[in-house]
Design a binder for this molecule. Structure first.
Ligand SMILES: *[C@@H]1O[C@H](CO)[C@@H](O)[C@H](O)[C@H]1NC(C)=O
Ligand SMILES: *[C@@H]1O[C@H](CO)[C@@H](O)[C@H](O)[C@H]1NC(C)=O
Ligand SMILES: *[C@@H]1O[C@H](CO)[C@@H](O)[C@H](O)[C@H]1NC(C)=O
Ligand SMILES: *[C@@H]1O[C@H](CO)[C@@H](O)[C@H](O)[C@H]1NC(C)=O
Ligand SMILES: *[C@@H]1O[C@H](CO)[C@@H](O)[C@H](O)[C@H]1NC(C)=O
Ligand SMILES: *[C@@H]1O[C@H](CO)[C@@H](O)[C@H](O)[C@H]1NC(C)=O
Ligand SMILES: *[C@@H]1O[C@H](CO)[C@@H](O)[C@H](O)[C@H]1NC(C)=O
Ligand SMILES: *[C@@H]1O[C@H](CO)[C@@H](O)[C@H](O)[C@H]1NC(C)=O
Length: 724
């Protein structure tokens, strides 16, 4: 039996970040002081920035106004200043410009705004309150503000479920269903935090002033705040079991949910007839319920195990708000690293000790000492330990250091359970040379802060990738959504960090993973469903895929981010959809070699693999086109697709092709004329090309446009030797 676990991104030893404690003065606003490129001569930007700020503010501790010093690719800093100070700064030598920073009021669930899905967008209020999202996870915290039922009308009549959440679990008009499946945890009450987090991303109420110790403060809201939630608890801290997951699918379908979101993944590749999530979601699909599934956090080297054509598989990306943690060194230098550090500093500098000078007498080598492999608890007590590896985080924590500063290669900030920050190797050298320069080194680890990074969205390194090893003609993952540093509801009984001894209790927490991107797509799918209650799961999936924003910046291209970045607003109006029925999926399974008995293990019905000629897998009506080609051989492939008109009754679409150099794509016909809604039209995509070297990926796309809608379909050729 496979092991399943929830797809929160956890790494063994983490890292860093902090927010400067900003003096809360209403006259001060965050400004960016831009100073152009970095001088070539020996220059210490951060101390220069601090001294400039000191002169301007006449405050002997200007650090309280400093938010961030930029010194990697350009020169400048961000600080909280008054209008008067801004004028003074503008006149200072070296200053190019001073401008207000776009946003310091960081929005928790800023992810929705970042996707252009504003709170004020056009919604179908009635439709939204009729939508029921089934969340298969670790349960839910029913008393969270994100799930209260103020203002909710009666439970939708179609609901056939139950509230069987165990002792002391009360449903309401928001959480309308609850079930649990584990003997060792006979309750739907979430004690892990994961289920409350995912449920609130998809459908949490708007909660103003949510934050994690003041970090990422803003209004938290789900994609469809008026929708209802049914929570199915299938995981404990130990993991999730096959039987529980399948039972939950079974119940959710019968209870009458409209969509299922599941951020749980297996740890191995399985054929569909052995894959519980594939089987459960097949049944859901058959009943008109789309299942949204996280791709997994095994990227970039291990492929996703979420490969069923009827599942909607989600990769994780960054958004424009990232989190950092600053550290003020005893010499006034400010450095930045990564971590979600909720421990506010009281302004006291804490002694800093390098691992080299904090090792036990039995430490085998100086290197082991620098790595903090052999810390002496007596030497680090009450100190911040500096380490060359991320092991230092857990070592310092375990052995009683006040805090730690350690090298980390992690991509996203993680909640830490004592003051700690992860830094780049170059920053480590800066701290080391400072520590070396004085007999009494000290540092102050500040609490974390947000900043805007406009190079977003970028697919997360940890997000599991394609190709699809079960059906190579079906693209996976399907789509991307934000999954880095997401603030959402949490269980007050769960430790906020991965450290089990962390005794803090929080209502909102910041997590990363494809677990977090998945419910974003579930919220968007629910939004589409409110306008198109009669659409099939394949049609909803198609509408979100063909309207996704094209992405780039990843070597694996579509095999890392799918069709692109989720755009819920466009998705309600896709123009054309690529539809598919249960029979189409059965035929696909037969075509790729499943026999009638194997197909029945998945479909659970009397489906038969027909002996008549079935369409080839490459011609399955998916909103993405994938094929494998032989290296160094000219090729010619035709693909067939059928689109259904859901835009304007009377419309004409033209094919627009973006092709990789080295191939020629033609579409026949290249104009599609529709006279009525739901009308179907088919077309053939001819692809011819020359020689490509082994292991390359050739990305192109086909878009149908009628002047109003644009229906984009990626076309990916994977160059690989047959049998490789
Ligand atoms: C709004 O939702 C209701 C209930 O599902 C549905 O009947 C109606 O067609 C929807 N309206 C629009 C404009 O989509
Ligand atoms: C500040 O924090 C440090 C470390 O916890 C502690 O030793 C010190 O007493 C605190 N100072 C004040 C003024 O609270
Ligand atoms: C730290 O000091 C030692 C001598 O005590 C020296 O060998 C080493 O290069 C110094 N390192 C840095 C980074 O300054
Ligand atoms: C912004 O994000 C990009 C992509 O993730 C990254 O390469 C870059 O270093 C980030 N910039 C800053 C200032 O952190
Ligand atoms: C990625 O796409 C964006 C937006 O279309 C574009 O501005 C940027 O130049 C692209 N980057 C690369 C590396 O192609
Ligand atoms: C693709 O279609 C074209 C035109 O319909 C036809 O000439 C060609 O033989 C087809 N190629 C393959 C490989 O089926
Ligand atoms: C459909 O659109 C065409 C071109 O815009 C127009 O000439 C024609 O009258 C329209 N037909 C109907 C039935 O609206
Ligand atoms: C694509 O078509 C153009 C124009 O017909 C031709 O010159 C070129 O050789 C073709 N390329 C390939 C890879 O077939």
């Amino acid at each position: 039996m496979a092991n399943y676990s929830f797809l929160l991104f956890l790494y063994a030893y983490f890292i860093v970040k902090s927010l400067v404690t900003i003096a809360n003065d209403a006259n001060r606003n965050l400004h960016i002081v831009y100073m152009g490129s970095l001088p070539k001569y020996n220059y210490s930007p951060t101390s220069h920035h601090l001294s400039m700020l000191q002169q301007t503010t006449n405050h002997n501790d200007a650090t309280i106004h400093m938010v961030r010093s930029y010194h990697k690719s350009f020169n400048g800093f961000a600080a909280m200043i008054t209008n008067q100070e801004r004028e003074k700064l503008k006149k200072m030598e070296g200053v190019v410009s001073v401008f207000p920073s776009k946003s310091l009021k960081l929005h928790t669930t800023r992810s929705w705004d970042f996707m252009g899905f504003k709170e004020s967008i056009h919604r179908n209020k009635t439709g939204e309150s009729d939508v029921i999202i089934g969340v298969i996870d670790t349960g839910i915290w029913p008393e969270s503000e994100s799930f209260n039922d103020h203002g909710f009308g009666p439970i939708p009549k179609k609901w056939k479920g139950a509230c069987k959440g165990g002792k002391n679990f009360r449903c309401n008009k928001k959480i309308i269903g609850a079930r649990y499946y584990l003997k060792d945890q006979p309750s739907t009450r979430d004690i892990v935090g994961h289920g409350s987090h995912t449920a609130s991303i998809a459908a949490g109420n708007k909660v103003v002033g949510a934050s994690f110790y003041g970090i990422a403060e803003g209004a938290a809201r789900g994609g469809v705040p008026s929708a209802r939630i049914a929570a199915y608890s299938v995981c404990s801290e130990q993991g999730c079991t096959d039987d529980a997951i399948l039972a939950a699918f079974d119940d959710a379908i019968a209870d009458g949910v409209d969509l299922i979101t599941i951020s749980i993944g297996a740890d191995e590749q399985m054929s569909f007839d052995k894959d519980i999530i594939a089987i459960g979601s097949f049944h859901a699909m058959e009943k008109g319920i789309l299942t949204i599934h996280s791709a997994g956090n095994n990227g970039p080297n291990i492929v996703t195990f979420s490969v069923s054509p009827w599942l909607f598989t989600v990769a994780a990306t960054t958004m424009d708000r990232r989190l950092i943690d600053n550290v003020l060194l005893g010499n006034g230098l400010m450095i930045s690293g990564k971590s979600i550090n909720g421990f506010a500093s009281n302004g006291t500098k804490i002694p800093l000790i390098h691992g080299k000078f904090a090792s036990s007498p039995t430490c085998p080598s100086e290197k082991d000492a620098e790595f903090c492999f052999c810390l002496d608890p007596k030497r680090i007590k009450g100190k911040i330990v500096l380490c060359r590896t991320s092991f230092g985080y857990s070592a310092g924590l375990e052995l009683g250091a006040f805090g730690s500063i350690a090298i980390s290669y992690e991509y996203e900030a993680q909640v830490v359970s004592y003051p700690a920050v992860g830094i780049d190797p170059e920053v480590y050298d800066v701290v080391l040379s400072y520590a070396n320069s004085t007999t009494t080194p000290s540092a102050e680890i500040l609490s974390s802060a947000g900043f805007i990074n406009n190079s977003a969205p970028i697919v997360a390194e940890f997000s599991s990738v394609g190709p699809n090893m079960q059906i190579k003609e079906i693209m996976k993952p399907d789509i991307s959504a934000p999954g880095i540093e997401i603030l959402a509801a949490y269980s007050p009984l769960a430790p906020p960090s991965p450290d089990k001894r962390d005794k803090r209790s929080v209502k909102y927490n910041i997590l990363s993973g494809t677990s977090m991107s998945c419910p974003h797509v579930a919220g968007a799918a629910a939004y589409v469903k409110t306008f198109h209650p009669d659409w099939s799961p394949a049609a909803i999936k198609s509408s979100l895929m063909t309207t996704a924003k094209p992405m780039n910046g990843s070597e694996l291209a579509e095999f890392s981010y799918g069709s692109g970045f989720l755009d819920p607003v466009r998705a309600i109006n896709p123009g054309l959809v690529f539809d598919a029925s249960k029979d189409d999926y059965v035929n696909l399974l037969c075509r790729i070699g499943y026999d009638t008995m194997e197909v029945r293990k998945i479909s659970g019905d009397k489906s038969v693999c027909s002996s008549s000629s079935l369409p080839m897998a490459k011609d399955f009506n998916y909103p993405a086109i994938v094929a494998e080609i032989e290296p160094m051989k000219p090729f010619m492939i035709n693909f067939t697709r059928t689109v259904t008109n859901v835009g304007f009754a009377n419309s004409t679409y033209k094919a627009y092709i973006q092709q990789h150099s080295g191939i020629n794509i033609t579409v026949v016909p290249n104009i599609l004329k529709f006279k009525c809604l739901k009308e179907k039209q088919s077309f053939v995509v001819h692809v011819v090309g020359e020689k490509f070297s082994d292991f390359s990926l050739v990305s192109s796309s086909l878009s149908w446009t009628d002047g109003t809608h644009s229906v984009r379909c990626p076309l990916i050729l994977r160059v690989i030797k047959v049998g490789a």
